[in-house]
Design a protein around this ligand. Structure first.
Ligand SMILES: Cc1cc2nc3c(=O)[nH]c(=O)nc-3n(C[C@H](O)[C@H](O)[C@H](O)COP(=O)(O)OP(=O)(O)OC[C@H]3O[C@@H](n4cnc5c(N)ncnc54)[C@H](O)[C@@H]3O)c2cc1C
Length: 383
């Protein structure tokens, strides 16, 4: 039996951020991270677009971005790796007056929290995205502080710096069961060995609920597939454009530097599941939605299409913190498709929860497992 002070299950951007923040505070901690794959960062994090946005409808999600983005801006000084943040903005579009009203309410909330987002007219939107079909739009919202960065660099930075402070990363160690003694979690068992620890953190992304189930704990974290396609550069669109989302269809376009365009997001009504198979009809729907909004995409040459999993909760907020019913268990999962952008904040808050007894930088009430059923606010600006 091996021992640790803190055991982290899952080596995606969130598990690595938590390890980093714990050891940043206290280098004497024995932190062990268990990852089932051959290396860290191969789960959903490897498939994330890298988007970072402030344009949410809930104050809690906005605050997570406000805590995270400054950290990513300083990432190179902190870790030696740059995440190459590009502040090209996010542009949300709609043809429905009612949805525009929701954008207005969200922008008012964002402005009240210091986020410089604004409502744009169809003509302004057309200036931001070459070739945009704007005649059917009623408007949109835009924030030039939103942008994208590189998830792989974030994992490398967090993991490498934490390892230099003593983090032990054990790969090919799939946790098959949590160890439970009465109302306490006291460790975890992998297919190879057993680990004992007074604190076990679940940061296993879309697989988190499978792991807590081994201790009899149901958590509402469900895996939903997201399919995206990379298309070769199109000269007219080879300029910096906002990450643009058509909220009516869910279609989004993200320019990946000069290397091409990433299209995705028309799959928001798909059922939960773990299949990573490509849905070819889904690709047709995606291209149809894309070509309607940006007719230049008729020229798109699809280079590859892939699927990743997003760990969604019913209110689109993550589940963070200790669990009342099970001492020793800490949750850091269910990030609802925002886990890359919120990883610095989640790492900080979860490290405070463990080291100080309670998170101090931000109240975790909107994120605790026990919130479900208490009527907390849902995040509505999702695609
Ligand atoms: C196509 C796509 C686009 C996205 N775009 C964005 C975006 O623009 N911005 C954004 O913020 N987010 C985005 N996301 C979401 C983002 O990828 C996730 O929120 C984030 O990667 C979650 O990080 P994580 O560490 O929780 O999960 P993961 O990266 O999945 O890490 C969990 C780790 O746990 C490991 N694991 C699982 N089970 C076990 C076990 N039993 N034992 C040991 N290890 C285990 C896995 O192998 C994995 O490495 C996107 C996701 C997809 C699929």
């Amino acid at each position: 039996m091996r021992t640790a002070d803190i055991l982290i299950v899952g080596g995606g951007v969130i598990g690595c951020s938590i390890a980093y923040h714990l050891l940043r505070r206290d280098r004497s901690l024995r932190v062990v991270l268990l990852e089932k794959e051959e290396m860290v960062g191969m789960g959903s994090t490897a498939r994330a677009t890298g988007g970072i946005r402030h344009q949410f409808s809930s104050p809690a999600n906005i605050r997570l971005t406000q805590l995270s983005l400054p950290f990513y801006m300083q990432f190179e000084e902190e870790t030696g790796y740059s995440v190459h943040f590009r502040p090209h903005g996010y542009l949300f579009l709609t043809t429905h007056a009612q949805v525009l009203e929701e954008f207005r309410r969200n922008v008012d909330l964002q402005n009240s929290l210091g986020v410089p987002s604004r409502i744009v007219t169809p003509a302004e939107a057309a200036k931001l995205v070459p070739g945009l079909r704007a005649e059917d739009l009623v408007g949109g919202s835009f924030c030039d502080r939103d942008g994208t960065a590189e998830p792989a660099a974030a994992v490398q930075g967090f993991a490498t710096r934490a390892q230099s402070w003593g983090l032990e990363i054990l790969t090919q160690q799939q946790v098959v069961a949590l160890l439970r003694e009465g109302d306490r979690i006291v460790g975890a068992r992998t297919q190879k060995e057993t680990f004992q620890a007074p604190v076990v953190v679940i940061a296993a992304g879309a697989h988190s609920s499978q792991i807590t189930a081994t201790a009899g704990l149901e958590i509402p974290v469900h895996a939903y597939r997201r399919q995206v396609s990379v298309v070769a550069p199109i000269p007219e669109l080879d300029v910096e454009i906002p990450l643009t989302v058509d909220m009516d269809t869910g279609f989004y376009i993200h320019r990946m530097g000069h290397s091409g365009l990433l299209l995705g997001g028309t799959d928001k009504d798909s059922r939960p599941g773990f299949s990573l198979d490509v849905d070819w009809e889904g690709l047709d729907r995606l291209l149809a939605a894309g070509c309607w909004r940006i007719p230049l995409l008729e020229k798109a040459k699809v280079v590859r299409t892939y699927v990743g999993l997003r760990a969604l909760t019913p209110d689109h907020h993550p589940i963070l913190g200790r669990v009342e019913a099970l001492e020793g268990l800490v949750l850091a999962c269910g990030d609802s498709g925002h886990g890359f952008m919120h990883a610095p904040a989640i790492g900080l808050l979860v490290s405070e929860e463990i080291l100080d007894g309670r998170a101090k930088t931000m109240d975790l009430s909107p994120f605790r497992l026990e919130r479900f059923g208490l009527g907390v606010q849902e995040e509505a600006q999702v695609f």
